[in-house]
Design a protein around this ligand. Structure first.
Ligand code: GCU
Length: 591
């Protein structure tokens, strides 16, 4: 019996977790962090794998190490002697023994906090933790979040001491009503894999700020909406120095929100000229600066128009992953991926199948690459489960509020390869509507499957989308390219279609005939034949081959794959370019 109160509760109570499932933080608690000075809590944290949930069962967070008479008692934790891991990181990459671990883990560290101005407010931001996360600060459970790919915030002003201990539980167990659910073709990296930051704001501060060029085909009106938190005693002041613009934005004392529209003639952002403007917003003692590109994206019939000109999205898909860092990719690795899109003569990047680092859309703004961003409503989601819907709705809201000031983002995707059923349609058409509620300036899509019996595009979800994404693997999973021609000839979509996935596996350096699966020649031939067909279909306005580089996935077990999906145009080291890379590069150069 090793419980400090000699009770047997911790070994007989299997309902031990019930008291710790507090209401999760969600999109409503997000704050704009653009240009805000933050104090990173990144670095070495103490860490432990906790397969049996001992931490919750034995209430480690209470840190009881003495009995009522002050005598030391044996406990099953000593935070400061636990091993050290880097935050941010995925524990799977820390050591071989942890590669396939799925379950509960603990991160903890102490930190000293020096109070600033007497009325400042302090928030904690977790960039991303996969999959469920709970946070104790100074022994108090202050936050919980569900969803492994979006940031969340909690105000800690009243919980901070000078000397603090933060204790974070992260559990990456896959669950049936999760988003994603149990089965994905990607690796379930766990951990706190994007930065943890303290953010100090004045008592009254700018909570959210959203600016865009109104898609009126005249490129001459800007919309700004602002939300403040705290006391409403003033209006907001917007300045765009390079446009010689200064505007006051009236804040409603009840909603604490305000919006304004005004005429302006900005140089339009585009891949060829990724022009960004400094935009400042002030409210009392608070000030944020954003770098904003002004552009318009819309559809006209089956055309996609960027700034009024027809565009073909010459792209590629990617998972957020690197052989060294897992999902905790570095800024250098993100830049490397974006530069590979440019090397392919591309202008577009499908960030599959979940929100990538917010650094990626900021860098794409600078480099001039258009983005498809997506939430992990993937394959067999429990579409009749209300919790699953709330979770998807929240992850989508967090993604859009995080990135809707990024010119590079042109498409929000509400999911990938979900079944053409009524439950799923009800689930996803509401998500499509949510996109428009939060952002009327971008397009909504999803990666859909074709009707393989009738060989045509007829997914019911397409009526709720601006752009139809189609995943098809003719030449690979179905070796008959003629079916692809039939599908396109049998279909008559009234809106643009993007081939959101196509391709085939090839083991880098493995050569043979075009008919031998997993050879580079077989993969190369798929691209040659696919582009021959796609190029003749006028309503296809973009392609994002699957995938830029090979990636880890536990589903892939044959003697070529050995735990990796080999559909990359590059090997996982992102150095070796397979023969198919040059087919895509050539096609885009001529497009
Ligand atoms: C699907 C799915 C991808 C998967 C790919 C494949 O289309 O969207 O996540 O990796 O096919 O089979 O390689």
């Amino acid at each position: 019996m090793n419980n400090n109160k000699l009770s047997s509760e911790h070994i007989h109570n299997e309902d031990y977790d019930a008291d710790y499932q507090i209401v999760p933080a969600d999109w409503k608690s997000m704050i704009n962090t653009a240009s805000r000075k933050t104090e990173k809590l990144d670095g070495l944290w103490n860490f432990a794998i906790d397969i049996y949930d001992s931490g919750i069962r034995n209430k480690f967070f209470e840190e009881i190490t003495k009995d009522d008479l002050g005598r030391d008692i044996p406990v099953d934790f000593n935070f400061d002697e636990w091993e050290k891991v880097k935050v941010p990181s995925n524990w799977n990459m820390v050591k071989k023994e942890y590669l396939y671990y799925e379950g509960t883990t603990w991160y903890t560290r102490k930190f000293t906090f020096y109070k600033g101005s007497p009325d400042e407010r302090v928030f904690l931001k977790i960039g991303a933790a996969n999959y469920e996360c709970r946070i104790w600060l100074n022994k108090k459970l202050i936050a919980r979040h569900i969803g492994g790919y979006t940031p969340f915030f909690v105000e800690i002003t009243d919980f901070l001491e000078k000397e603090n201990r933060i204790l974070i539980m992260v559990n990456n167990t896959r669950v049936k009503n999760g988003v994603p659910a149990l089965n994905t073709d990607w690796f379930n990296y766990g951990g706190i894999y994007r930065s943890i930051e303290l953010i100090r704001v004045p008592k009254d501060y700018i909570k959210d700020f959203y600016i865009y060029l109104i898609p009126n085909s005249n490129f001459n009106r800007i919309h700004v909406s602002v939300e403040i938190d705290g006391e409403k005693t003033d209006d907001c002041n917007l300045i765009i120095p390079e446009l010689g613009l200064e505007k006051d934005i009236k804040i409603d004392p009840i909603t604490k929100k305000g919006e304004i529209e005004f005429e302006a003639f900005p140089i339009l952002w585009s891949p060829e000229n990724p022009k960004l403007y400094q935009v400042q917003l002030k409210y009392k003692n608070d000030k944020i600066n954003e770098e904003i590109g002004f552009r318009e994206i819309k559809t006209l019939g089956t055309k996609i128009l960027l700034n009024g000109k027809e565009i073909f999205l010459k792209g590629v898909s990617e998972h957020e992953e690197s052989i060294i860092n897992g999902r905790a990719v570095s800024e250098e690795e993100i830049i490397e991926n974006l530069k590979l899109v440019k090397e392919l003569n591309g202008n577009y990047f499908r960030l599959a199948h979940y929100p990538h680092s917010e650094k990626e859309s900021r860098l794409a703004d600078k480099l001039g690459i258009l983005l498809w961003e997506e939430i992990p409503v993937y394959w067999a989601i429990d579409f009749s489960n209300e919790e699953a819907y709330e979770n998807a709705y929240n992850q989508l809201s967090e993604l859009i509020i995080r990135d809707r000031n990024r010119a590079s983002v042109i498409i929000w995707s509400v999911g990938n390869e979900t079944p053409n059923t009524d439950e799923r349609l009800n689930f996803m058409c509401k998500l499509a509507k949510r996109c428009k509620e939060l952002d009327s300036s971008r397009l909504v899509s999803a990666a859909c499957l074709v009707n393989i019996e009738e060989l045509k595009i007829d997914d019911k979800l397409t009526q709720f989308l601006d752009i139809i994404g189609i995943n098809e693997y003719y030449g690979w999973y179905d070796r008959d390219f003629n079916k692809l021609k039939l599908i396109f000839n049998n279909s008559n979509p009234k809106k643009p279609v993007i081939i959101s996935e196509m391709g085939g596996d090839a083991l880098a350096g493995h050569h043979g005939t075009v008919d031998e699966l997993f050879t580079e020649e077989c993969q190369e031939n798929i691209y040659i034949r696919q582009f021959e067909i796609i190029d003749k279909i006028d309503y296809i306005k973009g392609v994002s081959p699957w995938i830029l580089f090979d990636f880890r996935t536990p589903r892939r077990l044959n003697q070529f794959q050995r735990g990796f999906n080999l559909k990359g145009l590059l090997a996982i080291d992102k150095k070796y370019r397979k023969k198919a890379f040059y087919i895509v590069q050539q096609y885009y150069m001529n497009k």
